[in-house]
Design a protein around this ligand. Structure first.
Ligand code: PLP
Length: 413
């Protein structure tokens, strides 16, 4: 994994050049596009601070990245910043997820939800178009710890879902139970599977066993697609675990979600969808005649400034800087776990992730609430509280929390 770090000056030059290659609503005659620069009363272009902020400058110029720019010609109006989006996608696909150049498609989606739904949409259409599959012959499999956007998608795409239960303590998918479910699906004449593999669940940071499950599907002769949901862990796990199974060299995985507005601290609206070449076409909306380069995405119009923001963050760190930052956060998480161990407090944690999920029985609710830990559920049945070690979760903040914990243990005993 290697991408170069750019200095602030280099970043500014690349973005300035990109903006100059875009159509410019200010100095060109553009009569037909239903877009313009941001409202000039509120967002005046000559504000001095814009010179030093490539992101804000792009935001004010307001390029529309509608469509998919790794495929076909793409909308030519904003080619400059679209090229930055392509560079960003190439870093994510080729460096983080080990794709070969030109063997992937993707785009910056509104978030992890959209990227996950885009995958479901493509695979459903694939099975329908390639195999004339009926909806009842397709099943969507996902672990019980999967993000709720997957069941949301089942409703939208009218697909049947099957939950894979996990072990209460290890949060690992129960493979014996899965084998039985698959036998039942076979008996019900389900032939095609769409599976979500978590690259870090939202609540536990647990990582699903791609190869074990892929082997099981293969052994039981299902045709299947696996989507890696790295909305939470996509910018963490590939950097912390050199033996990650989540990458395009693994033939079981066909597409990925990443979310730059989580760990990468980019503005909201920066999900990333990546898929092997040859599949984006199944989400083509042929009626999108007015979009030059056609539309293969769920979203339609979207902000080019979002792609620039994510690209700037990744280029500011470079692969070495980002790897170092992730190591620091994972180490801080390990130190938190050591302190919990010393106090006899039990929790779940994947050793390569920065989430610690504590048994509710081991920590008083008022303390969890005081420090804004997030509960697994809000209905009075909560069994877990989680801590996510992000940039703002400093050692000092963790120490304050830990300092209050031992006293509670003494009261409990
Ligand atoms: C946050 C998250 C999502 C949804 O992402 P949004 O950006 O909120 O739409 C999907 N999957 C996982 C694992 C997540 O953590």
């Amino acid at each position: 994994m290697q991408w170069d770090r750019y200095t602030r000056k280099q970043v500014r030059e690349v973005v300035d050049k990109a903006i100059s290659q875009n159509l410019n609503y200010r100095n060109q005659i553009i009569l037909g596009l239903p877009g313009s620069f941001l409202d000039p009363e509120e967002f005046y272009e000559d504000a001095p601070f814009l010179q030093d902020s490539p992101f804000l400058k792009t935001l004010v110029a307001n390029p529309n990245h509608i469509g998919c720019h790794t495929l076909g010609d793409g909308e030519p109006a904003f080619q400059g910043t679209a090229e930055i989006e392509r560079d960003l996608l190439e870093i994510c696909a080729c460096e983080i997820f080990r794709a070969k150049p030109d063997e992937f498609d993707g785009y910056v989606a509104s978030g992890g939800t959209e990227a996950n739904l885009q995958a479901m949409w493509i695979y459903r259409n694939y099975f329908q178009q390639k195999h004339a599959a009926k909806l009842d012959e397709i099943a969507v499999l996902y672990s019980e710890d999967t993000h709720y956007c997957v069941p949301k998608g089942l409703n939208m795409f009218q697909l049947n879902g099957h939950i894979m239960p996990v072990d209460e303590e290890t949060r690992k998918i129960d493979l014996d139970h899965l084998r039985k479910s698959l036998e039942q699906l076979k008996a019900a004449e389900v032939k095609y599977l769409i599976t979500y593999m978590n690259l870090g669940t939202t609540m536990f940071g647990s990582v699903d066993p791609v190869n074990e499950i892929g082997d099981l599907f293969t052994e039981m002769e299902f045709e299947f697609f696996m989507h890696g949901d790295g909305a939470f862990g996509g910018f963490i796990y590939p950097f912390s675990n050199p033996d990650s199974e989540f990458h395009f060299e693994n033939p079981y995985l066909n597409s990925f979600t990443l979310d730059a507005h989580k760990m990468l601290q980019a503005p909201f609206g920066t999900g990333i969808f990546l898929i092997r070449k040859g599949f984006m076409e199944y989400a083509l909306t042929e009626e999108a005649g007015y979009v030059k380069g056609l539309d293969y995405t769920m979203i339609g119009s979207r902000s080019g400034a979002n792609a620039v923001a994510v690209w700037m963050i990744l280029r500011n760190y470079g692969s070495e800087g980002w790897t170092y930052k992730i190591r620091k956060l994972v180490d801080r998480t390990s130190r938190l776990c050591d302190s919990l161990d010393e106090r006899g407090i039990s929790y779940y944690r994947d050793p390569f992730m920065n989430i610690v999920t504590i048994h509710a029985s081991d920590i008083p609710a008022h303390l969890a609430e005081k420090f804004l830990l997030v509960p697994e559920r809000h209905d009075g049945q909560n069994k877990w509280w989680k801590i996510v070690v992000m940039e703002h979760v400093t050692q000092g903040a963790l120490d304050l929390f830990l300092n209050e914990l031992p006293a509670m243990k003494i009261q409990n005993s």
